[in-house]
Ligand binder design. Structure first.
Ligand SMILES: Cc1cc2nc3c(=O)[nH]c(=O)nc-3n(C[C@H](O)[C@H](O)[C@H](O)COP(=O)(O)OP(=O)(O)OC[C@H]3O[C@@H](n4cnc5c(N)ncnc54)[C@H](O)[C@@H]3O)c2cc1C
Length: 290
């Protein structure tokens, strides 16, 4: 089912994001975690598209498995990295032939360590807007999602320019947006207000990452530039050698954050699961979603 059709049935969606497993052990682990998460009856699931060649083909295999073997509404991520127009057409056709109707189309990030930032392929796409427009022209009936940044995309000069570019992206054919994760809900609501003022009408689903390990603070938060409330940061710092206390602090924070988002009218939550089920299951069950 297209995600836009899911929206017609549900005022709020709850979705889970996975990344393709890097080896056989990770695949078994992911299988166990997906087994727990599908009991929650997600509105849809999505699978990221990585920088490396082998993980890219695993994205296709995993979306195929989730859609056709498990029967979940599945969104395949796809990026401009390494994609010429010919390759994108071939890859998206391949996904369509596997029955995929939903795509999350992104620019992608340069490979870690790259000195030059994002460089489009010759005969490729300079940004997600170009890829979305290309996909919309070639696959009129598909449903397309895009990324959005409540704390401004790191390469944008300012919030106004970023919102203007987001509007171009939506006008190119984007049906819904999912945000980068954030920890300050007010930033999300202010961003939604700015997007509406700019004429962006589609759903903007907040993306949430449960921080359950101290190492994630550096890995995700500092890299993404997501602002972290000082009290929460201090709590994580203070307990950095106490994994159970860090887990609890992360869970308490995420539960309150999700409750507040829903209470204030967010159209659901997209969980960056990091391929683990425990935190997402715990958060979701406390939300008592019907
Ligand atoms: C929900 C979500 C899922 C993600 N999944 C993946 C994934 O699976 N694989 C992966 O590699 N990365 C993924 N990312 C990360 C993403 O690729 C990076 O954040 C990347 O830096 C930007 O991608 P984008 O699609 O938002 O880019 P864009 O929308 O292209 O934006 C990138 C920059 O270009 C500017 N821009 C956009 N459109 C225009 C235009 N028409 N003219 C001029 N400037 C423009 C923007 O303002 C911004 O500064 C995801 C991000 C999100 C939020």
């Amino acid at each position: 089912m297209k995600i836009t059709d899911v929206f017609k049935q549900k005022e709020r969606t709850f979705s889970f994001e996975f990344y393709p497993p890097k080896d056989e052990i990770a695949a078994v682990d992911l299988g166990i975690n997906i087994g727990q998460l599908i009991k929650l009856d997600p509105s849809f699931v999505s699978v990221t598209y990585g920088a490396g060649g082998s993980t890219r083909s695993r994205t296709f295999e995993l979306v195929d498995y989730l859609k056709n073997r498990i029967g979940l509404n599945t969104v395949a991520h796809y990026t401009c990295v390494g994609s010429t127009k010919t390759k994108a057409l071939e890859d998206l056709k391949n996904l369509r032939n596997r029955g995929l109707q939903n795509f999350m189309l992104l620019r992608g990030d340069p490979e870690i360590g790259s000195k030059y930032g994002f460089i489009p392929c010759y005969d490729g796409f300079a940004n997600a807007t170009e890829l979305i427009s290309f996909a919309r022209e070639n696959f009129e009936d598909c449903c397309i999602g895009g990324g959005a940044y409540p704390e401004v995309h790191p390469e944008s000069v300012n919030a106004e320019v970023d919102i203007r570019n987001l509007k171009k992206k939506v006008d190119a054919g984007c049906d819904f947006l999912i945000t980068q994760f954030f920890f300050d809900n007010q930033k999300y609501f202010d961003f939604v207000t700015s997007a509406r003022t700019a004429g962006i009408q589609c759903r903007i689903i907040p993306g949430i990452i449960p921080l359950t390990k101290y190492s994630q603070l550096e890995r995700f938060v500092l890299l993404s530039r997501a602002g972290i409330p000082p009290d929460f940061k201090e709590q994580l710092e203070r307990n950095r050698y106490n994994p159970q206390a860090v887990y609890q602090a992360g869970m308490d924070f995420a539960i309150n954050q999700c409750r507040d988002l829903l209470h204030r009218g967010a159209p659901g939550i997209h969980f960056y699961t990091l391929n683990k089920s425990r935190a997402t299951v715990e958060i979701y069950s406390t939300l008592k979603v019907k």
